[in-house]
Design a protein around this ligand. Structure first.
Ligand code: AMP
Ligand code: GLY
Length: 429
C-alpha cells in the first residue's frame, strides 16, 4: 500500500471484538476517519458511532456512498453469511469500496456445519467423524444414535446464535434433542443436523487473514466458553481469553499449518470461492494432534480482545493488502508479551438477563485496556446493554502477571449483577 493512501473506514458490529478492532484501526495513520455501525460506548471513544443495522445492506450502502467510505470491515458473521460481500460486488456504485469479509460462498464455512464437514473431508482436514441427517432421514438418524459411542455431539447445521451445539451424555437424551432439532427447535438452522463424535482434548483458536491466495497467521488464543469456574455450566460466547497459548509450540504450529490452514486456503482457492478476510479455526488437540471443531468466517469474541492488542503491524495496511490481493508481501509482527482478558457479564447470562445497569469505576482503571462488549451511553452514564458487558485486557511478561492486572481492574468496574470467572488462564499456569 502506498504510504499516501488513507481510508475512510466503516466497521460493522457492536461487541468487544469490534472495540478491539476499532482501537487498531484508529491507531493507523492510514485511517483518516473511522465510523462504527452501530458500535457501543467504547467504540465511541475511538471513532464515530453511527446507528446502522449491519444486516440492512441498503442502509449500509447508502451510508457508504454518502460518507465516501473506502473500506468496510465486517465484524460479525451474520451479514457475511447473508451475503454482504456479494451485495457490494453486485452494485456498480460500490466497486471502489474494499470490503473485508468473505463472500457468502466462503462464509458458508461457518454458515453450514454440514458444508464445512464435507469441505474438510474433501481436503482430508482432520476433524471428528460425523454423519448428517434431515427430517427425511430421521429414523436412520435415531438408529445411528442408538449405536453411537457416548457422549454424542449434535450440531444444528446453520447459525443458531451460539446455541446450536448440544453434547449429550445418553442415547435417550441425544435422540430427544435430535428429534427436537429436526422438528424445528432452531428453525431452518436445524433442518439439517450433524451428528459428531466427541473429541476429548484442549481447545484453542487460530486466526488467519487471507486474500484468497495467501494467508498470514495472527496471534492465537485460548477462549473460556463455559459460564462457570472449572469449565462448568452452559456455553457462553466466551468468558475470557489468553494469548499466546503455551502449548501451541513450533511442532504444533507445523501440524496446524500443514494439515489445516494450507489445505483450507488452497481448498477455497481451488473451488474459486472468493475469500478476503479472517478465517477462525476452532481447534482441539487430542493426544498431541490438532482437529478442527469448527470454522468461523470472522474473528472470535473474546479472542479478538487479546489478539488485536498483540498485533504490532498496521491493521489498515494489512487489510488493504488483503483486499487488493497483495497480502503475500506483508509481515505480521506480534507483541511477544502475554495478553489476557476477563469478561464481565450480566447476572443470568447466557440465559435471560437485565440491561440498563449503570457501570461505575471505568475512570479508575490503570494498566489495562477496557474493551466494551455490551454497553451504551445514556446522558453522562455508561450502562450495560448486553449479556457480555466489558472485557478487561492486560499485558504481562507471563500469564500470571497479565491476569493479576486484569483481575485487579475487573474488580474496580461495578454494575448491578456483575459476574466474572475467577479462573481464566489457570489451566495454563
Ligand atoms: P461451536 O458452537 O461449534 O463453537 O461448539 C461449541 C463447543 O462445543 C466447542 O467449543 C467445543 O467445546 C464443543 N464441541 C463441539 N464439537 C465438539 C466435538 N466434536 N467434541 C468435543 N467438543 C465439541
Ligand atoms: N469465542 C468464540 C467465538 O467467537 O465464536
Amino acid at each position: 500500500m502506498s504510504n499516501t493512501i488513507t481510508h475512510r473506514i466503516l466497521l460493522l458490529g457492536s461487541g468487544g471484538r469490534e472495540h478491539a478492532i476499532a482501537l487498531q484501526l484508529n491507531k493507523s495513520k492510514k485511517c483518516s476517519h473511522l465510523f462504527i455501525g452501530p458500535g457501543n460506548a467504547g467504540t465511541a471513544t475511538c471513532g464515530e458511532n453511527v446507528p446502522l443495522n449491519p444486516l440492512d445492506f441498503v442502509e449500509v450502502r447508502d451510508f457508504v456512498l454518502r460518507e465516501s467510505i473506502t473500506m468496510v470491515v465486517v465484524g460479525p458473521e451474520e451479514p457475511l453469511v447473508k451475503g454482504i460481500w456479494d451485495f457490494f460486488r453486485a452494485d456498480a456504485a460500490l466497486q471502489h469500496v474494499l470490503l473485508i469479509g468473505p463472500s457468502a460462498a466462503g462464509a458458508i464455512l461457518e454458515g453450514s456445519k454440514a458444508w464445512a464437514k464435507q469441505f474438510m473431508q474433501r481436503y482430508h482436514i482432520p476433524t471428528a467423524q460425523y454423519k448428517e441427517f434431515t427430517a427425511a432421514t430421521l429414523s436412520d438418524g435415531l438408529a445411528y444414535l442408538a449405536n453411537h459411542p457416548l457422549p454424542i455431539v449434535l450440531k444444528a447445521d446453520g447459525l443458531a446464535a451460539g446455541k446450536g451445539v448440544v453434547i449429550c451424555t445418553s442415547v435417550k437424551e441425544a435422540q430427544l434433542e435430535f428429534s427436537e432439532m429436526l422438528g424445528g427447535k432452531f428453525g431452518g438452522a436445524s433442518a439439517t443436523v450433524v451428528v459428531e463424535a466427541f473429541l476429548s482434548g484442549i481447545e484453542f483458536s487460530v486466526f488467519v487473514l487471507t486474500d484468497g491466495k495467501n494467508y498470514k497467521i495472527l496471534p492465537e488464543a485460548k477462549d473460556y466458553k463455559r459460564i462457570g469456574e472449572g469449565d462448568t455450566g452452559p456455553n457462553t460466547g466466551g468468558m475470557g481469553a489468553v494469548s499466546p497459548v503455551p502449548f501451541a509450540d513450533a511442532a504444533m504450529w507445523n501440524k496446524v499449518e500443514e494439515r489445516i490452514i494450507i489445505p483450507t486456503v488452497n481448498g477455497l482457492k481451488k473451488e474459486k470461492i472468493p475469500y478476503v478476510g479472517f478465517i477462525f479455526f476452532g481447534l482441539i488437540v487430542v493426544e498431541g494432534e490438532p482437529f478442527v471443531i469448527e470454522y468461523n468466517c470472522r474473528m472470535g469474541d473474546p479472542e479478538t480482545e487479546v489478539v488485536m492488542p498483540r498485533l504490532k503491524s498496521d491493521l489498515v495496511a494489512l487489510l488493504h493488502a488483503c483486499a487488493t490481493g497483495k497480502l503475500k508481501r506483508m509481515t505480521v509482527k506480534q507483541d511477544k508479551r502475554t495478553a489476557t482478558t476477563v469478561m464481565l457479564v450480566s447476572k443470568g447470562y447466557p440465559g435471560t438477563y437485565e440491561k440498563g445497569k449503570e457501570i461505575s469505576g471505568l475512570d479508575e482503571i490503570k494498566g489495562s485496556i477496557v474493551l466494551h462488549a455490551g454497553t451504551k451511553t445514556q446522558g453522562d452514564a455508561v450502562i450495560s446493554n448486553g449479556g457480555r458487558v466489558i472485557a478487561v485486557t492486560s499485558f504481562g511478561k507471563d500469564i500470571p502477571s497479565a491476569l493479576r492486572k486484569s483481575y485487579r481492574n475487573a474488580r474496580k468496574i461495578k454494575f448491578d449483577g456483575r459476574y466474572f470467572r475467577r479462573d481464566i488462564g489457570k489451566d495454563l499456569m
